[in-house]
Design a protein around this ligand. Structure first.
Ligand SMILES: [Zn+2]
Length: 312
């Protein structure tokens, strides 16, 4: 597409977002956003750049506990807008290359629980109260059998991604295979008693392509569609729209987009970024907690097949 038409399409997208927010303004509702950044291990120039462009926007930083370094904790200690959440244990793939997962159903339940509990303790030790008990499973995959037990090891929140597009057979034989759009609905605000689920809906990385920015037009289109769906109650209208970034692979185009999104949301009276503790409120002191035996500490005899390539 010629550069002029591309720029026009991008500006049209931003104008459409502003127009949508104007529709929200007369109502008593807020177009709520939240920001999750994944795969933090230590303090890097990439993370520094991300937090600089975010200014005072609250961010949920998904830290890999089994690899987290003290340097990260020391630096974050003075950054009040960053809340640490738990990104699995060591971001090890125990699934397949086609369907990566660290906490899928392939391993015994007690083994997965033990790793998550160890990760929770590690983050508490490093980050203290800055670490909120919210689980972000690597590759957004988690066995359904694990979810009802998360509160037993102290979790109060779970955050996953969009459900990936699925292939389905077309009824028209000439077309062959059609792609179904990503399902951006959360199934339940509380998938288990005491467990809040708040997902992300816009992943700014084109993982299936060149692993760069998905592009402003695409990102704005997803945000706009989700905002409209929320306003019209076609999806769970109480769930903020989640934007997920990966600072380690973030390019200049993504940073440019984020700066403008932050400025747009900050400027508009009908929109805001929600702080992470507000999304995942602490349980009341009187709420009963499921009592299960404390799982044994994790063993490291079984390592997965990969943990770096295709990290999400
Ligand atoms: Zn990840």
């Amino acid at each position: 597409m010629p550069a002029g038409r591309t720029t026009a399409a991008i500006e049209s997208g931003w104008a459409a977002l502003e127009a949508e927010l104007h529709v929200w303004a007369p109502t008593s509702r807020t177009a709520a956003f939240w920001w999750r950044d994944d795969d933090a291990v230590t303090w890097t120039s990439a993370l520094e750049r991300l937090l600089e462009l975010a200014e005072d926007t609250p961010i949920g930083l998904a830290v890999i506990p089994g690899k987290a370094q003290a340097e990260l904790a020391q630096t974050l200690a003075v950054l009040d807008t960053v809340t640490v959440i738990q990104h699995g244990w060591r971001h090890t793939n125990h699934g397949t290359e086609q369907q990566k997962s660290e906490f899928g159903c392939a391993r015994p339940l007690c083994e997965r629980l033990a790793e998550l509990a160890a990760g929770r303790e590690r983050l508490k030790t490093l980050f203290g109260s800055r670490a909120v008990a919210v689980l972000v499973p690597p590759w957004n995959q988690i066995g359904e059998d694990l979810i009802p037990l998360l509160t037993s090891i102290g979790f109060r929140g779970l955050s996953r991604g969009t459900i990936a597009p699925c292939r389905r057979r077309a009824t028209l034989p000439i077309i062959g295979i059609l792609w179904r759009p990503a399902d951006r609905r959360r199934r339940a605000a509380k998938p288990a008693p005491g467990l809040h689920q708040v997902n992300v809906h816009v992943d700014l990385i084109d993982w299936g392509g060149r692993r760069g920015f998905i592009g402003e037009t695409e990102a704005l289109s997803i945000i706009l569609r989700h905002l409209k769906d929320r306003r019209l109650h076609r999806v769970d209208s109480d769930e903020p729209i989640g934007v997920v970034t990966h600072h380690l692979v973030q390019d200049v185009a993504t940073e440019h987009f984020l700066r403008r999104l932050v400025a747009t949301v900050r400027r508009h009276p009908a929109a805001r970024f929600v702080p992470i503790p507000e999304l995942f409120p602490a349980p009341s002191v009187n709420s009963a907690r499921c009592q299960l035996p404390i799982p044994p500490p994790p063993t490291y005899a079984r390592e997965g097949r990969s943990d770096g390539e295709g990290r999400r």
